[in-house]
Design a protein around this ligand. Structure first.
Ligand SMILES: [Zn+2]
Length: 65
């Protein structure tokens, strides 16, 4: 798949987000599509081993019950 789902940490507020990583390497938070809720646009993508820290969300970024 060209777009991979991953977890990433906001470099400004350290919030962990579910993101998609596009084939050009850009990172797009699921739900907001561009920025963290704090407005930052830069994220550090985490390894899969760190995914357990990420809440399950659907494609619109809403937590699943
Ligand atoms: Zn942030």
């Amino acid at each position: 798949m060209a777009r991979e789902r991953a977890a990433a940490v906001c470099t400004a507020c350290e919030n962990v987000l579910a993101v998609t990583v596009w084939e050009d390497g850009s990172v797009h938070p699921i739900g907001t599509g561009a920025t963290c809720s704090c407005g930052n646009e830069t994220f550090d993508v985490l390894d899969d081993s760190e995914l357990e820290d990420v809440p399950d969300v659907d494609d619109r970024g809403r937590p699943q019950a």
